[in-house]
Ligand binder design. Structure first.
Ligand code: FA5
Length: 342
């Protein structure tokens, strides 16, 4: 009996002194293993009479259970301490970043895109999207621009080294999405298609090599140029306000006939002429025109039955005009002094 009490007292002291889970494991081996006092006491049972063996045997069993209990309790306690220390070590203090920088917000170009979509959805258009990596067929051929046609010079194209040379490219405009929409659904179609475009353009006050356009497409019966002009005018006044006017000037695009350039009063100088508008008082926002019958043919629509118009203009250019930003390059520069103002 005295020996069992001694074993229990040693176990309690040994475990209390263990400060890590590994030390608890070592103590457990010392207390319950082959060389432990408990195992030796078990061996001593052989020299006792049957009654003594039964009684001391029960004592030893109870002592073993008690020691296992002590080991379990000490291990759990130390595991909890170690977990808390680990969590504390791994903790990321985000309070400093939040305090200094404030919450984020959408970039001006994304916000402009959302606002433009809202204007057109309000006019009854649906929103569609297409891929930024395009085939030559969608970006050019289906739009009535065959290989080697001089009109390809209108878009300084970035080709990808993929497949046959000059077959896969970064789309130069959102017009290929017109083709995808016409392939995907039967008329009537009233859709706008915003997205990112790429050109080998030299950056200047009104050009950046990665920019955004929003394309518009209407295909229905009996659509005329009057509907196109009316849609452009309705858009201009609802987005820029009643003081900003639009004008259409004759232009050429292979996929529309007749074609026009769509310009608005320069919002920076209010029409008097400045560096941004090259002293003209007008800023070109995009191109437009009546969908060429060759394009309707390319997607299998009967040009006798269906007619329509299309337009495509710069989202970055819209943001620039609406917020009177003299130089568009700042949209790509991530200058927080600029971004914070928005
Ligand atoms: C086109 O891209 C035609 N796809 C537009 C069109 C669509 C015509 C449907 C007829 C029917 P253009 O290359 O002119 O046209 O570009 C249209 C507008 O995109 C420009 O007026 C301008 O607002 C914007 N844009 C073009 N290049 C850049 C650039 N590098 N940086 C910023 N905006 C640009």
């Amino acid at each position: 009996m005295t020996e069992v009490e001694g074993i229990l007292a040693t176990a309690a002291a040994l475990l209390a002194g263990a400060t890590t889970v590994e030390e608890v494991q070592a103590a457990a081996t010392e207390l319950l293993g082959k060389k432990s006092a408990l195992t030796a006491a078990h061996r001593g049972l052989a020299g006792l009479d049957p009654d003594g063996r039964r009684e001391v045997g029960r004592e030893l069993q109870e002592a073993k259970a008690r020691i296992e209990e002590l080991i379990g309790a000490r291990r759990s306690a130390l595991e909890a301490v170690e977990r808390a220390a680990r969590l504390d070590r791994d903790r990321l203090d985000l309070t400093e970043a939040r305090g200094k920088r404030g919450p984020g917000h959408l970039h001006l170009v994304q916000r402009t895109r959302d606002e433009l979509e809202d204007v057109f959805v309000g006019m009854g258009f649906v929103v569609a999207e297409g891929p930024e990596v395009e085939t030559d067929w969608y970006n050019f051929e289906a739009l009535n621009i065959p290989p080697a046609h001089p009109a390809r010079g209108m878009w300084d194209t970035l080709y990808l080294e993929f497949g046959d040379p000059e077959t896969i490219l970064l789309r130069t405009h959102t017009s290929p999405v017109q083709i995808r929409v016409m392939e995907g659904q039967a008329p009537p179609i009233y859709a706008v298609m915003p997205g990112r475009c790429y050109r080998r353009d030299t950056p200047d006050a009104r050009h950046i090599p990665i920019f955004h356009q929003i394309e518009g497409l209407v295909i229905d019966r009996g659509i005329s140029f009057a509907e196109l002009a009316g849609t452009i005018e309705a858009f201009t006044t609802s987005y820029f306000g009643p003081d900003i006017h639009s004008r259409l000037r004759p232009a050429f695009f292979p996929f529309t006939e007749p074609s026009a350039e769509f310009e608005i009063t320069c919002t920076i100088c209010k029409g008097s002429g400045c560096r941004t508008c090259s002293q003209t008082g007008w800023i070109e926002l995009g191109g437009c025109g009546m969908v060429d019958p060759a394009v309707l043919d390319a997607v299998g629509l009967d040009a006798e039955e269906w007619s329509g118009f299309a337009f495509g203009f710069g989202i970055d250019r819209c943001a620039q005009m609406r917020h009177e930003i003299p130089d568009m390059r700042i949209l790509l520069e991530n200058d927080v002094r600029f971004l914070r103002q928005l």
